[in-house]
Design a protein around this ligand. Sequence first.
Ligand code: KG4
Ligand code: ZN
Length: 473
Amino acid sequence: MASLGPTLSSTISCLNLLAELSHNHNTIRIFRALSCNLKPQKSSYHRRLFKSSFSSANSKSSTSNCSKTLGSVLVFNDNLVVLGIETSCDDTAAAVVRSDGEILSQVVSSQADLLERYGGVAPKMAEEAHSQVIDQVVQDALDNANLTESDLSAVAVTIGPGLSLCLRVGVQKARKIAATYQLPIVGVHHMEAHALVARLCDRDLQFPFMALLISGGHNLLVLARDLGHYLQLGTTIDDAIGEAYDKSAKWLGLDLRRSGGPAIEELARQGDAQSVKFSVPMKQHKDCNFSYAGLKTQVKLAIESKNIDAGIPFPSASIEDQRLRADIAASFQRVAVLHLEERCERAIQWALEIEPSIKHLVVSGGVASNQYVRARLHEVVARNSLQLVCPPPSLCTDNGVMIAWTGIENFRLGRFDPPPPAIEPDGCQLDLRPRWPLGEEYGRGRSVARSMRTARIHPSLTSLTQASEYQNS
Ligand code: KG4
Ligand code: ZN
């Protein structure tokens, strides 16, 4: 388990573990005077006070959001309505989701123009773009759901990992709503949300399951044991697959307005995937880690060797040049996905040794919206007698639904914060977690190369969950 050290008190604020408590709308409202998910400068968060206040108030139920405790399992007759806010990267997203799984609204504003102009995400520009649209995106989500803030049971917001400048915009908005309407607030791990949205899509999906989470910044293979409990079987030692798609698209002069992934996927359909001999990364490493930096370089070299000028946009290139670009896109995609397939095959073996009851592989994150990726992974899963669970593309790329749903799942277990104070105390810093691992590393999966990059990493979600459960027991 990662060392929690002095950061634990600040992290608990977002992850109150109040299992075995009943809660409802009314009981939540009594916490308006208590602390928030700010990083206290000196004192620690009053978790025990929160817990005892909560316990003593739980009989005063008068809304339909009631629950009862059976052993350690919360059984909900719930009718929660949660607003989810996501701003960790370049999409400003909000959604309203009900705890029975009904998506009441979903709004995404993407920074297409900025992506095109800068060829990627520029944090300062992205922050500005989030700030410009966040109010409207949230308002639209509420309007489309035919609700107002007063109808909400809680607000969920991504607190990490991601770009801190961008995370801040969403967290500030969520806190403002929660403070004004006295709503509890759930701090969500972006990658946990990518995994858990699969449970919204497939209500039979039970823990434990495996998840391959593939996005612009992350490439994770995890064994999901329970809510908040993840064993990391593999991660990337450098770039994620989405980054390789995005850079390849940029170097091939493609239209980046829908991001590089869809552009490569579309072009690859016209190319010969065997024409350029890229080598599959990390063949000699018999683990489940990933590397895409070398493949990116191979693509760049191939483009240079064929004298392709990325300055000439694809539609303006000659027919022969377009064919070469399509061949590179197809060959890149084949090898990029082969790397996923090989690591998944091994990870499935490892995971089944640890948890023989596993039946599902969830594939989620932006790159999971790719049809070729889905088809190839379907083969892998079928070969291993598992089932593939892939959310629809709109729930694979960043969205507010996954944040709202993860908020609901955590809220049900009492993992939330009380409403923030109307006036934030001086000297408080927002609890943002730009580098925040999801799980604890599986011993066999440890990569030597990765240990170089562990500076300033927040304790993992799993270690915090374990620590909080221990303190609550
Ligand atoms: O999960 P996501 O929306 O944001 C992050 O958390 O990063 O993933 C974005 C990534 C981008 O790299 C984008 O190019 C990639 O997902 N992506 C795709 C496709 N759609 C989005 N990659 C390949 N094929 C796609 N169809
Ligand atoms: Zn994402």
